[in-house]
Write a protein that binds this ligand. Structure first.
Ligand SMILES: [Ca+2]
Ligand SMILES: [Ca+2]
Ligand SMILES: [Ca+2]
Ligand SMILES: [Ca+2]
Ligand SMILES: [Zn+2]
Length: 388
């Protein structure tokens, strides 16, 4: 069928969405103009794998097919041979983080161990705060929104704010996020609604007395964006507090940073996958193994307290907190979830998923983890972690 012109944009968009949901391969199209346009879009070349087709990154994105570019990706610095990630940031009064914190977020992605077709490494993240944080962070989209101390219900109210403050033409290019206060009557630090996704909120505001520092804002922003790009609290699964999962996606490190052996802290995703730990018989003598050499780590004792290694995590670790580091056959609940599991780590950077939600050219089928898996770190838990 050849769609009428008035319906063309809608049908093109629906067809592309349907294809994205059903197949990674172009369907056999008949030869009408409309179908050809859809086919081109679905199989569009994406040299750098960031889900933004080369043609968008080179010529700009024409969302409604009227021949006029709606999102000027090259003008915003996109490169078809380097991975780009766009995030529009709206904010309630007093909640937008500092320029220094935004610089840190950019740096975490820029230094990612991810290779690009142009020979560089890293991901270029484009943060749009509108005019609030200078020209570096102004892509013309971010703005202040009405203050609401409790987004409740969070998904509905976030979507309403997004609908009123985010250009629909940007949906295929930008992730949308909101610097808010709190949500759903609780004190959770943020929410990404789905894994992966195109929308998230950071809610470390005054209602729950977060007194958010740059560290807390950076850690939570990168954590929630991590869900948008496919990352989970346990890496391969949703088990939290794994000592071998050296990522801000792990609650042990979201707000305080991943601990490095040299005394510095790292506010990004994991770049190593240390050996798995079998809680039925964890080997204290090897610690996290050789891949833990550059890190320190934290784990849970049987009494519920948290311990942190004094030095490098490739040294022996007293997993069961009995005073020695020689046990090899004694069960220990190292991540404090009251079950005995095999704790599997993940190299996050090697498992990033571009194109969550509406973002991207629609050529990949991406399975989602529902919001029910996303119980986020609360202010009470953070306070408790700091005092143990
Ligand atoms: Ca691309
Ligand atoms: Ca790119
Ligand atoms: Ca021991
Ligand atoms: Ca456990
Ligand atoms: Zn989370």
């Amino acid at each position: 069928m050849r769609p009428r012109p008035a319906l063309f944009a809608v049908l093109t968009s629906l067809a592309a969405a349907a294809l994205a949901a059903s197949s990674a391969v172009a369907a056999p199209f008949t030869n009408t103009d409309a179908d050809t346009a859809v086919a081109k879009r679905v199989v569009a070349t994406d040299t750098d794998g960031d889900s933004l087709p080369d043609t968008w990154e080179t010529n700009g994105y024409d969302a409604n097919g009227d021949g006029v570019v709606d999102v000027d990706l090259p003008g915003m610095g996109a490169n078809p041979k380097k991975k780009d990630l766009f995030v529009e940031m709206d904010y309630m009064a007093g909640r937008l983080t500092t320029t220094a914190a935004l610089d840190r977020i950019v740096q975490v992605f820029a230094s990612a161990p991810v290779s690009n077709p142009d020979g560089s490494t890293g991901i270029k993240i484009h943060l749009d705060a509108g005019s609030a944080r200078g020209t570096t962070y102004n892509l013309g989209g971010g703005n202040e929104v009405a203050y609401d101390a409790d987004l409740n219900p969070s998904a509905t109210q976030t979507n309403a704010i997004k609908a009123a403050n985010f250009a629909s033409a940007r949906k295929a290019v930008f992730h949308y996020m909101l610097w808010g206060d709190s949500y759903d009557g609780g004190c959770s630090s943020g929410q990404a609604f789905n894994i992966p996704n195109d929308t998230f909120i950071v809610t470390v505001g005054p209602k729950c007395n977060w007194n958010a520092t740059d560290d807390i804002n950076v850690g939570t922003f990168i954590h929630e964006l991590g869900h948008n790009i496919g990352l989970k609290h346990g890496g391969t699964d949703n088990l939290n507090y794994k000592p071998n999962y050296l990522s801000v996606m792990n609650y042990s490190f979201q707000l305080g940073g991943v601990l490095k052996a040299d005394g510095t802290k790292y506010w990004g995703y994991s770049s190593v996958q240390p050996t798995s730990i079998n809680e039925a018989r964890p080997d204290e003598t090897v610690g996290l193994g050789s891949l833990g050499a550059a890190y320190r780590t934290s784990w849970k004792c049987p009494n519920g307290s948290t311990r942190t290694t004094a030095g490098a995590a490739n040294q022996p670790i007293d997993w069961n907190c009995d005073g020695d580091t020689t046990d090899t056959t004694t069960a220990a609940d190292i991540n404090g979830d009251k079950t005995t599991s095999i704790l599997i780590a993940q190299n996050n950077w090697a498992n990033i998923v571009f194109g969550g939600g509406a973002v991207g050219g629609g050529s990949a089928t991406i399975a989602k983890t529902p919001a029910s898996e996303l119980e986020e770190l609360t202010h009470d838990e953070w306070t408790e972690m700091q005092h143990r």
